[in-house]
Design a protein around this ligand. Sequence first.
Ligand code: ADP
Length: 433
Amino acid sequence: MAEPAPHSDDARRRALPSLATLVCVAGLLVIAYAEPEVRVLALATLAAAACAWLVQRGARASRRRKAAKTVLPSPLWPNASVKSVVDAMREPAFVLDRNLALRFSNTVGIQTFGNMVLGDPIAMRFRAPELIAAMAESIESGEAQMTEYAERAPSERAWAVDILPMPMPGEPQPLFFLALFRDRTQMRRIERIRTDFVANASHELRTPLASLSGFIETLKGPARDDAKARAQFLDIMQEQARRMSRLIDDLLSLSRVEMRRRLEPNELTDLASVLRVVAQQAAPTAAEKGLALDLVGLEEDALVNGDHDELVQVFGNLAENAMKYGDGGGRIEIGLLRTEETVDAFVRDFGQGIAPEHVPRLTERFYRVEDGSGRVRGTGLGLSIVRNVLIRHNTRLSIASIPGEGSTFSVRFRRRISGDFGKTVMKQRDRVS
Ligand code: ADP
């Protein structure tokens, strides 16, 4: 609908009183001094002017009444068809009027944020000044706004909120607004994990790097001519350099397995042969530490769906940990436990064990249990790599530990027979990962 230009309307309104006064004065002068016929003419002109003024006043009042009506939202809106569109949305959506009162809430909105009374101010449920300010801004400007909203209780959730004016035919300005909430919780969580990861990785690399620079400074300065100190420092520096290179290897390994974790392996692997390779690799360290290495149930094969090299890496990490953290127990077991359908591969130590509060967190990246010595023995990435490889194998790590008695790390696989392979691949393709 075309609106009269506001400037010309204003100018006309301002000019009108002076024009009316001028006409009245002229009319009165004519009535007072002019000939009778002219007086009649003047009286008629004045009456006509008065009539025109009254008509114009009536028209202005009706325009004002119409304008006032446009800012009063209709109580019948939103109508059934608008409601059904808003209700079909898969994210919480609310229709608000110009007073920021709730006019309609879709089913997902009620499920997510609870029931709200229609007609109540939306600020009663969303006590977030930024969100309310964005809504008010959209009402004032008549334009779409976007903002964010976060809730901590009952659970931590983050939302992107679009406030969209809903134009209606015949109305010069939008009377209703759609507040559309889009869940961003998962995205924020991934962003946070990524930032934490970068911060942790840099911190882990910075520590040995700082130690290396410190020793280089000392060797260039005070310890320049001290042959004994030099030899000692060089040993420490070598250890720090090894730690950095281990960390980089683990980081690369982790990123490789994370990239592949949605691709299930499609080959048959013998778990017994995997564990025999692991035992062979562990034997020199076990001998060095005086640990007995007992192999259980590895005489017969145990076919599973799996990537041989990745499984060697998984059980190699577990065996390494058993020798590193469970060395007080004097022996380690590596073996298989079979049932008709499944086979459990396990690595068991008889060392210090793990306090129960740490167990659920062991597979987190960089998580290490402080042993009180202040010594950093690993990168804290080993079990995270294990976890990711096992996700790809559609199984997971179980940890059972009794402080003072030792720990068992085991993984359950579904058993296969060699003729199974074709069927297995078919089944995997059908499954949604
Ligand atoms: P790291 O490279 O530090 O060994 P892991 O992810 O392999 O990292 O292990 C995480 C932490 O779990 C270790 O720092 C250690 O505190 C604990 N841990 C792992 N295996 C054992 C075990 N067999 N016995 C006791 N503690 C263990």
